[in-house]
Design a protein around this ligand. Structure first.
Ligand code: UDP
Length: 331
């Protein structure tokens, strides 16, 4: 039996990919240090509690399981933290990822799907953003994603690895069957914070109302996490079919402002959400919208849940069940 190693498979996007892999008849094994991931999100896949910095544990994992490909999520992913603690990000996202490639090479595993980010582009020069858009990340988080893509490209040119790098826009929503959802601590993302505000009757801060957009608030391209997960399956299948390495955006191609997100959340939850207009958050571009034409054309990817309403509804179903079990709003 051959396995797919999913690093960071206990996290938000990773756990949705593990579910998709299981449904499609693959055998995922999760490798996660559970720093930010959740044991219960892994469900029936084997979980190895380990850090990518632990080369011995990693080698033992490759020795124990016959691994045919890797999907690599494990990373630190808070932009603000990356500005304050750049070394943590270069260590976790770059050094540890290089160690993963070394171990893969030792065990002759040469296929990897990499979790990259729209953060590699930096401030956009044009919208929608295609894969050809220049890369100029504005923070260490984006830099680590971009640098690892360069490493993958060089390794692939040298014939050492075949890879697909997926540049995500704003992952949103939750498993439509209600098994999984988004659970970060601390939570920094807009949709979960808006839903908390709706449930606990607290105001949500809008970071910046003076952007050059129709309603003055930032525009983002939200993509349902299950659609994102499906993109990974297609990427894996492409590598299995022996075709070329590549880089693909994953977004919906539609943008919604912060105020629009709040309006849709009010409709979905039936609650009035109080807002607090706050200063801009440093480093936020005014508008990020993907062109996902390349992945549509080359991998046949199509979103099943393109509506913002569905993303917020699935997130609400999951969050509400979590909130009900809490006595107060989480930090
Ligand atoms: N945002 C906001 N209030 C919050 C959290 C986020 O106004 O409490 C805004 C943020 O400035 C950005 C958008 O919502 O324009 C999406 O932010 P998020 O952190 O969810 O994702 P990012 O685009 O930073 O990856």
């Amino acid at each position: 039996m051959s396995f797919i190693l999913v690093t960071g498979g206990a996290g938000y996007i990773g756990s949705h990919v593990v579910k998709e892999l299981l449904q499609k008849g693959y055998q995922p094994i999760v490798y996660d240090n559970l720093d930010t991931g959740h044991r219960e999100a892994v469900r029936e896949a084997p979980l190895i509690e380990g850090d990518l910095a632990d080369g011995e544990k990693l080698r033992e994992t490759f020795q124990t399981y016959s691994i045919k490909a890797v999907i690599h999520f494990a990373a630190s992913c808070l932009v603000e933290e990356s500005v304050e603690h750049p070394l943590k990000y270069f260590k976790n996202n770059l050094s540890n990822s290089i160690q993963l490639l070394e171990v893969m090479e030792e065990f002759q595993v040469n296929r990897i799907v990499f979790s990259s980010s729209a953060a590699v582009y930096g401030e956009p020069l044009e919208i929608p953003i295609s894969e050809e858009h220049p890369s100029a990340p504005t923070n260490p988080y984006g830099e680590t994603k971009w640098m690892f893509e360069q490493i993958l490209q060089r390794s692939s040119k040298a014939g050492r690895v075949r890879y697909i790098s997926l540049r995500y826009f704003n992952a949103a929503g939750a498993d439509p069957e209600g098994d999984l959802g988004e659970d970060h601590s601390p939570e920094t993302h807009l949709i979960p914070l808006v839903l908390r505000a709706a449930f606990f009757g607290k105001p949500i801060s809008i970071f910046g109302t003076d952007y050059d957009t129709p309603d003055g608030t930032c525009i983002r391209d939200y993509i349902h996490v299950t659609d994102l997960a499906h993109g990974h399956l297609l990427a894996l299948q492409r590598l299995e079919s022996g075709r070329d390495s590549g880089i693909y955006n994953l977004g919906n191609g539609k943008g919604f402002s912060v105020r629009e997100v709040i309006q849709v959340a009010e409709r979905v939850t039936g609650e009035k959400i109080a807002v607090h207009e706050s200063p801009r958050r440093p480093g936020d571009p005014s508008c990020l919208i993907a062109s996902s034409e390349k992945i549509r054309k080359e991998l046949g990817w199509r979103p099943r849940y393109p509506e913002l309403e569905t993303m917020i509804q699935t997130a609400w179903n999951w969050h509400r069940s979590q909130f009900k079990a809490m006595s107060r709003m989480p930090d």
